[in-house]
Ligand binder design. Structure first.
Ligand code: MLC
Ligand code: AMP
Length: 501
């Protein structure tokens, strides 16, 4: 019996002494060394009592070890649940509890504050330091290097990624081995990745973009990654001359363009720049081409679906569009009832294919609301299609803000603000921001003497990740409402559109 996820992404690198990860301190990890590290980790998972189908939650800084835990989970049939390092203990409590994770791996530095979270939710807490230290690393160090992958099918669950929703509670998107493999295969082919490629990897590895797009493509292609702990424009400019490709969110590109030393010469060895996770302004696309001679390839996707569309590698990369549906991915643009709109009209993107997730963990009603009976998933993204098939995202039917590529749901912030003394109600909207693309601002209506805004800020810091913090709190007498009594968020967005630009 085979284990397709492990065999195709990891197992095939057995004995390959080629570079896989170039770390910023000069260390190089070969494909084979990475596989041996993950073998030890897979044994450690078993030694820690995890069985196929169990969930492992991980909130650690980016490192080869963190990636090896993903490989180990694939080998041991354990469902991998990576978590944003920005999440607070309050946020983690929900993810650990909802997923029923048996093991929670965190950094040694956060173990003290996270142990009560793990204990409250009945999970075992172990540590994994960015330098390969910690209790889980110790356990792994005593294990053999070779692990025989447990038999799994393509239908088995490989990962949970939590995504927030318009109604507050986060949902665990269940992704199967087929979801991950099919998309990685399509992208490797579409973007022409081979073992000769060297990808500058500066994305976090707890989301679709950095893990299932960037890393899985490189694992399939058999190439190497310049593995940066985070995006730093100066470090990227230093390393680009030995890379052939980079994937990033639009903020990476605007930040590179701010640097005078970022030039055509910096990109002399590059063959491809990919952008996604948030809209890339057509203006950024043009400025980038003027500066470097490269046309950024923009693609579009989602946690629940992996990648949906991409501009072509060889054909026209059209600024302001997300290109055409990827091979094997069926896409349609529909009205609220699921009927296709007329060509050129605006509607919601719906998707079907081997890339589309299995549903939300223990939320069958939510799953049924978002996946139609014919298997099409409703993305909530508003789009139009050109006569030649190019798709342009024109807005969102969902109440979502994307800040620097991270999703922020207003409802979650509004609930936290409304719980504060002196607040009658609040509305959170996204407004344009030169660095993050969009950023949340909160508009508050006072109750009685009104809130202590410094106290509201402190409360939000304790409750919500840094990237979700509103960049401004604004007091008003009343929120604008339509005749039905619904808050007019579009009016608020328009009123505060120039706050940061
Ligand atoms: C960090 N901060 C942010 C932020 N990132 N604030 C708003 N939006 C963001 N995206 C805040 C921190 O809380 C902190 O605040 C301060 O900025 C500095 O933190 P930092 O860690 O030093 O920031 P920086 O390294 O500059 O990070 C910015 C960034 C990063 C854009 C490089 O956010 C990033 O790598 N984003 C990529 C997100 C991503 O991978 N998305 C893919 C999702 S998958 P303070 O107040 O504490 O100082 C997906 C599907 C698809 O969407 O299609 O791909
Ligand atoms: P996430 O839930 O984090 O996976 O974010 C997915 C959302 O990011 C999509 O539903 C889109 O709204 C948005 N997105 C991803 N890629 C693009 C893109 N190239 N242009 C515009 N929006 C994008």
């Amino acid at each position: 019996m085979s284990n397709p996820l492990h065999d195709r992404l990891f197992g095939r690198h057995l004995g390959r002494e080629t570079p896989f990860l170039h770390l910023t301190d000069g260390t190089v990890l070969t494909h084979d060394a990475f596989l041996r590290l993950s073998g030890r980790f897979a044994h450690a998972l078993t030694a820690a009592g995890l069985a196929p189908g169990d969930r492992l939650a991980l909130q650690v800084e980016k490192s080869p070890e963190a990636l090896a835990v993903f490989a180990a989970c694939a080998a041991a049939g354990v469902i991998f649940l990576p978590l944003n390092t920005a999440y607070t203990a309050a946020e983690l409590d929900y993810f650990i509890g909802d997923s029923g994770a048996r093991l929670f791996l965190c950094d040694p530095a956060t173990a003290h504050s996270l142990r009560p979270v793990a204990e409250a939710q009945g999970a075992r807490l172990e540590t994994l330091g960015p330098d390969g230290t910690g209790s889980f690393a110790d356990l792994a160090a005593r294990q053999p290097e070779h692990f025989a992958p447990v038999p799994r099918s393509e239908d088995d669950l490989a990962a949970f990624l939590y995504t927030s929703g318009t109604t507050g509670r986060s949902k665990g998107a269940m992704l199967t081995a087929r979801n991950l493999l099919s998309n990685a295969e399509v992208l490797t082919e579409a973007w022409r990745f081979t073992a000769d490629d060297v990808l500058l990897h500066a994305l976090p590895i707890f989301h679709t973009h950095g893990l299932f797009v960037a890393t899985n493509v490189m694992l399939l292609a058999g190439g190497a990654m310049l593995f940066h702990p985070r995006f730093d424009a100066a470090a990227a400019i230093r390393d680009l001359p030995r890379a052939t490709a980079m994937m990033g969110v639009p903020t990476f590109y605007t930040r590179l363009l701010e640097q005078e030393e970022f030039t055509r010469e910096t990109c002399a060895t590059m063959r491809l720049f990919v952008s996604g996770s948030a809209p890339l302004l057509a203006e950024t696309h043009r400025r980038f081409e003027d500066r470097t001679g490269h046309r950024i390839l923009e693609r579009y996707g989602m946690t629940e679906t992996n990648m949906i569309t991409s501009n072509p590698y060889d054909g026209e990369r059209r600024p302001g569009t997300v290109g055409l549906p990827l091979p094997g991915v069926e896409m349609r643009i529909c009205d609220a009832h699921g009927s296709e709109v007329a060509p050129g009209e605006t509607g919601v993107i719906e998707v079907r294919g081997p890339n589309v997730f299995k549903g939300y963990w223990q939320m069958s009603e939510k799953t049924a609301e978002e996946i139609r009976e014919d298997g099409f998933f409703i993305t909530g993204d508003l789009a139009q299609e050109d006569p030649d098939g190019y798709v342009t995202i024109v807005g969102r039917a969902k109440d979502l803000i994307i800040s620097g590529g991270f999703n922020v749901y207003p409802k979650e912030i509004e609930e936290a603000i409304d719980a504060q003394p002196g607040v009658r109600e609040s509305a959170v909207v996204g407004v344009p921001h030169p660095d993050f693309g969009e950023t949340p601002v909160a508009i508050l209506v006072p109750e009685g003497a009104g809130p202590d805004l410094a106290q509201v800020e402190r409360a939000l810091r304790d409750a919500l990740a840094g990237f979700k913090q509103p960049r401004k709190l604004i007091l008003v007498d009343a929120l604008p409402r339509n005749t039905m009594g619904k808050v007019q968020k579009a009016a608020l967005r328009a009123r505060y559109a120039d706050l940061f630009t």
